[in-house]
Ligand binder design. Structure first.
Ligand SMILES: CC(C)(COP(=O)(O)OP(=O)(O)OC[C@H]1O[C@@H](n2cnc3c(N)ncnc32)[C@H](O)[C@@H]1OP(=O)(O)O)[C@@H](O)C(=O)NCCC(=O)NCCS
Length: 176
């Protein structure tokens, strides 16, 4: 069993695995087109001809990267595939001199086991601006934000207009 960077022929297997786990909301669904476009983010864990699992590292900058879409087919769970993926993604982040790796999850125990600690959402503005602003569950998110390393002190992405409208206090109208 070993990990390698994904290549385009892996995209359909990655799509199928993510689709298998997105029906119940465990993972966010991702289209084949989106996976192909971001294939260089993905690492796969393989054994012979079988792809056991996948995970992606999205780079924001040296201040932040995010682990996304990490999954192992249920029949291979508990075989060490998940840890191999985590090690590979964290090594990739280190090679890019990334200071903080974050993720949003519903299984914080697994990632705590991998050295991650709980964060406040506001500590990860790039992640919020990229994904959360357009998420229908923005104000009722049940995922735990986690990080490893040094929390970023700034965001590289602009704050989306939708987030300003929804989060900023409305102006009080004064009638004269
Ligand atoms: C999370 C997941 C990738 C782990 O893969 P895995 O191959 O089963 O994990 P491993 O066998 O490599 O386990 C590595 C370690 O984590 C521990 N572990 C595994 N799942 C765990 C969990 N849910 N909670 C706490 N610890 C867990 C194992 O006991 C093992 O510990 P050890 O190395 O000290 O013995 C896999 O369970 C999965 O695909 N889950 C569904 C998708 C998902 O929820 N992904 C996260 C989205 S944010």
């Amino acid at each position: 069993m070993y990990t390698r960077k994904a290549i385009l022929p892996d995209a359909e297997n990655i799509r199928a695995l993510i689709a298998d786990l997105s029906g119940d909301g465990t993972l966010l669904p991702r289209s084949l087109a989106e996976i192909c476009e971001n294939i260089r983010d993905f690492t796969v864990v393989v054994q012979g001809d079988d792809m056991l699992g996948c995970g992606a590292l999205h780079l924001y900058g040296t201040h932040l990267a995010e682990i996304r879409s990490i999954a192992v087919w249920s029949r291979y769970k508990g075989t060490g595939a998940g840890r191999l993926l985590m090690d590979a993604l964290l090594e990739e982040a280190e090679n890019h001199h990334v200071q903080c790796v974050c993720l949003f999850t519903r299984i914080p125990e697994f990632f705590a086991h991998m050295g991650f600690a709980e964060a406040k959402r506001e500590d990860l503005p790039d992640k919020i601006y990229k994904d959360c602003a357009s998420c229908p569950r923005l104000h009722e998110c049940d995922e735990v934000a986690m990080y490893r390393g040094e929390l970023p002190h700034f965001a590289i992405l602009p704050r989306p207009a939708k987030l300003q409208v929804r989060l900023e206090r409305p102006q009080v109208k004064v009638n004269k």
